[in-house]
Design a protein around this ligand. Structure first.
Ligand SMILES: [Zn+2]
Length: 489
């Protein structure tokens, strides 16, 4: 549930507001437009320094003695970045959360006078603020009571900043869609249930097509079907269209997502961390969340999302290590390990995307543990076969406030995926290393000559401890970057 009333802005502070949020720059001077307060709050800067506002203590609650009421004082980051502004926004929410103040006014600086905040910084503060209120309570008998606050943005540049606030809200609501999907347990969120949830998004203007197993067979998606055949839950492939530029959705940006609703590893069953494997549909969830936001924002771009939904289980009909399976592209694949399943379902989904003649394909997947070895939980791994697309994605991630780092593709790595008895194998030889890169090389073989990028979000889609912006669990990573990318096309 969104803990705020519909966003609105006013050029004056509402008389009934019982709490105001004020911003301070890194030299502890108040930069909010103080003309909105009843009297000049001269004591505030002193209070701010007494309360120890700093990069570590970003937002504190205080009460003014001069009749101006209650405040949250918020300290702008010493090293500004989209991520730091989001942390600031989240800190403001955490200062507000335990209170019962219901009428809240955020008093923004007059941006024509005060240069220490850009309008995009205000947007990121809002994203952190709105996003920090997320909680997954679907399966709790005693639902936590959520106080829905009346929030007023007090701004001089109403037109300009309202657009930023609306944008922040759309991104956060898209991230909530992603988080809700990821937190659902795998006995609830089966591939079919996932597909049905996406179908409900047609009310936003998205067109949704679901392929069942008969249709997947007719499409020759043998790699995808092989992964799902060990489960009693049937596989699905869902196509989501946002035709923001033209009704025929021609020349789209194609987004492909890995949706393994539960990954046991299959016959190569995992020995640990099985309880985290409900999150292995994080790529698909990010794409669904991003398309939710694009539809809400009416992004003027044609975008097609393709999500491959399976469960990887070791049932009696499961595919085996050493099987040779087919694929939609016509390539035979030697299965060396059934736990390297994400790339198999993506191979068919990427080949399907190629037939749509997209301008570019971007796939998101919780693909490899190796990307966590290299980059931890801070950066996602980016792989791309075209410089222009690489630049676009890097810019989108920077504007979206999500960290990613480019890793190489190289023919030498590609050869590591050769098989002597099939066209390609699904794993390189044991001990050869570069597991994230060889996974990307495998995918590249199915992208034909279309500009294509792969983002490995295994380390960033969910986290095991609070990171200052997101609570433990799903982060919604990818939503902001994909929406920024769609805006560029
Ligand atoms: Zn796996």
């Amino acid at each position: 549930m969104f803990p705020f009333s519909p966003i609105h802005a006013a050029s004056a502070r509402p008389s009934d507001s019982d709490l105001s949020v004020l911003f301070f720059n890194k030299s502890h001077s108040c930069i909010s437009d103080l003309s909105h307060l009843a009297t000049d709050p001269t004591a505030l800067p002193e209070q701010a320094s007494q309360l120890g506002l700093s990069d570590k203590n970003r937002a504190v609650l205080t009460t003014a003695s001069d009749g101006n009421g209650h405040f949250i004082l918020a300290q702008c980051p010493e090293q500004p970045s989209a991520h730091a502004y989001r942390q600031l926004g989240a800190s403001i929410y955490y200062a507000l959360k335990p209170t019962s103040f219901n009428e809240v006014a955020i008093i923004w600086p007059d941006l024509t006078v005060e240069k220490s905040l850009e309008k995009s910084d205000c947007m990121h503060i809002c994203q952190g603020f709105y996003g920090a209120g997320y909680q997954f309570a679907t399966h709790l008998s005693d639902k936590p009571e959520i106080l829905v606050r009346e929030l007023t943005h007090v701004v001089q540049q109403r037109q300009v900043l309202m657009r930023q606030f609306d944008y922040a809200e759309a991104i956060v609501l898209g991230q909530h869609v992603t988080k809700d999907l990821m937190h659902e347990p795998p006995n609830v969120l089966t591939p079919d249930n996932f597909a049905k949830r996406i179908q409900k998004m047609t009310s936003l203007g998205l067109q949704v097509d679901v392929m069942d197993e008969a249709q997947l067979k007719a499409e020759n998606m043998h790699a995808l079907l092989s992964v799902g055949q060990g489960s009693s839950q049937p596989s699905r492939l869902v196509t989501i269209r946002w035709c923001g530029h033209s009704a025929d959705c021609a020349d789209p940006l194609a987004l492909v997502g890995k949706g393994v609703c539960f990954d046991s590893g299959g016959i190569n069953i995992k020995l640990s961390q099985l309880t985290d494997m409900k999150y292995d549909m994080g790529g698909a969830a990010s794409i669904v969340g991003a398309m939710h936001a694009m539809a809400r924002l009416k992004v003027p771009t044609n975008v097609v999302g393709i999500v491959a939904l399976v469960e990887n289980m070791p049932g009696g009909n499961a595919y085996r290590p050493s099987d040779i399976i087919g694929s939609r592209a016509g390539k035979s694949i030697e299965v060396l390990n059934t736990d390297a399943e994400g790339r198999l379902i993506l191979a068919d989904a990427i080949d399907y995307a190629c037939d749509l003649k997209p301008r570019a394909i971007v796939d998101l997947a919780t693909l490899t543990g190796a990307v966590i070895v290299g980059l931890g939980h801070e950066y996602a791994g980016l792989f791309c076969n075209q410089d222009a697309l690489t630049d676009n994605i890097k810019r989108a991630a920077k504007d979206g406030g999500e960290k990613l780092w480019q890793l190489p593709l190289d023919p030498a790595y590609d050869r590591m995926m050769d098989s002597t008895i099939a066209d390609v194998s699904n794993l390189s030889a044991p001990g050869s290393g570069a597991g994230s890169i060889t996974a990307a090389q495998f995918l590249q073989r199915f992208a034909r000559d279309i500009p294509w990028a792969h983002i490995d979000i295994a380390g960033t889609a969910w986290i095991s401890a609070h990171n200052g912006v997101h609570a433990k669990g799903a982060t919604g990573y990818g939503v902001a970057t994909l929406v920024e990318l769609a805006k560029q096309y």
